[in-house]
Design a protein around this ligand. Sequence first.
Ligand code: FE2
Length: 384
Amino acid sequence: MASFDFSNPVKFYFGAGKLKLLGGIAGQYGHKALLVASDSAKPTGQLALVQQYLDAAGISYAVYDKFMQNPLSTLVHEGAQFARTENCDVVIGLGGGSAMDMAKGIAFCAVNEGSIWDYVFGRKTGTGALPMILIPTTAGTGSESNRTAVFTNPDTNDKKGLVNPLIYPKAAIIDPELMLTLPKRVIAGPGADVLFHALESYISKNANPFSEMLSLKAIELISRYLPRVYADVTDIDAWEQVTLASSLAGMAIDCAGTSLPHALQHPMGGLLNVVHAEGIAAMYVPFMEYTWPAAPEKFAVIAKTMGVDTQGMSLETAAASSVAVVRDFLAGVNMMPTLTELGVKEEHFDWLINNVLTTMKVVLANNPRVPDADTIREIYQRCL
Ligand SMILES: [Fe+2]
C-alpha cells in the first residue's frame, strides 16, 4: 500500500435541522461573531434565522455581506479590518463557496499582517486565524471540509487558492434544509462541481486509499441524487445525500487536489469572471477523452460507479464509457455550456495558457497526463 498522511480536523454537524445548534457551537469559540453572508442569505430568510439563533444564545455579531461570485482579495482585507474594528473573535460563513472562502480569508487576514497573496504564493505561512464556523447553503464546493480558499487579485486577475492548515474551519454545519429553495442553476452548477471534485481527486496522482474512498462515495451519491434534487428541489432525502457527497468530495480534494479542468478554469474566473462550475463543465468531455488513456483502470471504475454495466467490456471500452455517462449526467442538469457562451474568445488564449502554466502548475501536475501549451490551446479550442 502507498505511504500517505491523512488528517481532517473539522467537526461536522450533519443533518436536517442542525442549524439550530449554531448558537451553542459559536459560544464554544467566541463572544462576538463576524457573520460573512452571501447576498442570497437575506432574501431566503437564512440570515435572519442565523441571527435569531445567535441572539438566543447571547452571541453578538456584526454582518459583512460585501460578497461576490469570485471573491476579491481587496474585499478580504477590508473584511479583516472590519473584524478587527468590531473586535470579533469568531467568524461565521453563511453561503456558497464564495461566501465560505471569503470567511476563511477574513479569519486568516484578521490575524496575519500584510497581503494575502504573500501567503497564497507561499512567501509567508502565517501564525493563526480566528476560529471559523462554516454553513453551506449550496452543495457545492465542499469548502466547509478543507483548508483551501480561492481568491481573485483585481490587479493581476490571478485567481488562486490559499491552501493553509490554519484555515480549516473549527466546525461545519451541513443542514440539507437550507437547500430547499435553490434555483435550478444553483443546484446544477455546484452539484456538477461535486462530481468534478470527486472525479478529479480520484484520478489525481496524489490520490491515496483514504481519498479514493471519499471520492468514489461522492461520485456514487452525486450521480444518483443530483438528478433527483434537480427534478424536485423539495426532496429532502435526496438533499441529504447530495450535501453529504459535497462534503466528502471537499475532503477528498483536501488530500488529493483537483486536476486539469480546475487548472484550466481558474484563469477564466480571474480574467473573465466565468462561473466556476460552468467553465469546468464546458471542458469536461475533452478533458476526459484526453486523460482516460493514461489511467484506464480508474476511469473504468468511475464508469461502473456511475451505473455503467462494465462486465464483459475490455478495460479500454469501460474507461471510454465514463465519458458518455458523465456527458449524460451534465446534460441531465442542463450543464453543457460552450466557452463561447461563457465569454471566452480565442484572443484570450495566450493570457489564459500563460496563467495556467505559471499559477496552476501544481494542480495541472496532478493530472495523469500533463498537457503542454499547445495541447492546452487545443483543449480550449475544442470547447469554444
Ligand atoms: Fe471546484
